[in-house]
Each structure stands twice: as structure tokens, then as C-alpha cells.
Design a protein around this ligand. Structure first.
Ligand SMILES: *Cc1c(COP(=O)(O)O)cnc(C)c1O
Length: 222
């Protein structure tokens, strides 16, 4: 039997206090989330809008929900009223729709800009140049109902530790650079969401502020 609370506690004990753990409960049953919730763990992440909104409806309302998967623009409306953070903001169109839906819901939607740092072609995300041109536009700064507080990225799925380290290091340096270039008045661009079950230790060494851990907490997925 997998003890979710024990697994979360073990990771919390080992990571620095400045790193936030987001347990990723995707594909896992409500009961597993509920048992951890009963032990006081109230932050979870999902990668599909449909699962996230169903779990939000069904489970206690004080859970802080993170959306970590690819976000389709036509589905923002299902999350706008409650989601805590969208980790994978990967287009300007998505930002504009988040802004519109957040305005309707009377709140601010939080997001991280996903950067393509891996070798693999299939992963979503901006290039450095694309992010800079967005941050250079006045249109971005006029989106008052979104708050973009940092970057997110996924390293290449490889056993080459040096490569993973280099990719995470690059993401961290970009976050620091963008923070000082564009957010120097309040240092509000401070998050770097990087690190999963297989590479979170390397990510923390490279300056991660949020790790997204699924299988190490909930067991492997089929
Ligand atoms: C599934 C997922 C995770 C967690 O993956 P594990 O390897 O099970 O820890 C983290 N981030 C994203 C974006 C995911 O889709």
C-alpha cells in the first residue's frame, strides 16, 4: 500500500525550506488525495483540465490546485475561478484568454512561462527570444488580470546528469536575468518550476523554487 502522506513528508524533510513541493496526483484516485488532505497536505497538481475540474468539484475546497500540463485556450474557462497556478503558459494567446477569463471570474490568474529547454522536439514552450519579445510588448503589461511570476521547464529525459544540470542551469539564469531586466521594481518574477521525480535533486542544486513530483509520491502510472 502506498502511503502518500509518508512519501510527501519524506521529501519535505529532505528539500530546502525555500523549495515548494507540488505533489502531482494525475491519474490517481480521489481517495489517495483525500487521505493526504486528512493529514494536512493541501497542494496538488494535475495535467488535464477535465481531471482537474472534476477533482476540484469533488474534493475539499481548500485544496490549492496547480495545472501543470499543456493548457488549451478553449479550456481556460473551466479553471479560471479556482486554479492557483498554471505552470505551462506557452503562448501569448493563452495569456490573453487567461486575462479575459480571470476578469470575468473577478480574480487574478497566476502563471509561469514555459521555456523549451529540452532536446526533444515534442515538448511545449517558448524560446528565450520569444519570451523577451512578449515582455517587451506593452500589450503584455496591459493584461491586468494575470500575474506571471516566473518560468517553468522540463529537462531532456536522459540519464546524462551533466546535460540535465546544464538545461536547468540555463532556465535559472534566464529567470534571474528576466527578473532583473523586467521586474526589478518588485522582484516578482521569482519562481522557477523545475524538477520531477527523476531529476528534482539536480533541479534544486540549480536553484529550483518549485518541484512537481508524481510517481515518487503516488506510485508509478500505467
Ligand atoms: C506528470 C508530470 C510531472 C510529475 O512527473 P513524475 O515523473 O511522476 O514525478 C511533473 N510535471 C509535469 C508537467 C507532468 O506532466
Amino acid at each position: 500500500m502506498i502511503n502518500v502522506s509518508e512519501n510527501i513528508s519524506r521529501i519535505l524533510e529532505e528539500i530546502p525550506s525555500g523549495v515548494k513541493l507540488i505533489p502531482i496526483s494525475k491519474t490517481k484516485p480521489d481517495e489517495m488525495i483525500l487521505s493526504a488532505w486528512g493529514d494536512g497536505f493541501k497542494v496538488f497538481g494535475e495535467n488535464k483540465v477535465q481531471d482537474l475540474s472534476r477533482k476540484y468539484e469533488k474534493l475539499p475546497k481548500d485544496i490549492e490546485w496547480h495545472m501543470v500540463g499543456h493548457m488549451q485556450t478553449n479550456k481556460v474557462k473551466y479553471l479560471a475561478s479556482f486554479v492557483h497556478l498554471i505552470h505551462g503558459v506557452d503562448s501569448f494567446k493563452l495569456m490573453k484568454i487567461m486575462n479575459k477569463e480571470a476578469l470575468k471570474a473577478g480574480r487574478i490568474m497566476n502563471g509561469l512561462l514555459q521555456i523549451h529547454i529540452a532536446e526533444e522536439e515534442t515538448k511545449f514552450g517558448f524560446s528565450e527570444d520569444e519570451v523577451r519579445s512578449i515582455l517587451d510588448s506593452t500589450e503584455f503589461w496591459n493584461l491586468k488580470n494575470i500575474r506571471i511570476s516566473g518560468l517553468m521547464g522540463m529537462a531532456t529525459n536522459t540519464s546524462d546528469v551533466r546535460q540535465v544540470k546544464a538545461e536547468f542551469g540555463k532556465l535559472k539564469r534566464l529567470q534571474e536575468d528576466l527578473n532583473s531586466s523586467y521586474f526589478s521594481s518588485d522582484n516578482s518574477f521569482r519562481e522557477v518550476s523545475m524538477g520531477m521525480s527523476g531529476d528534482y535533486k539536480i533541479a534544486i542544486e540549480e536553484g529550483s523554487t518549485m518541484i512537481r513530483i508524481g510517481s515518487l509520491i503516488f506510485g508509478s502510472r500505467n
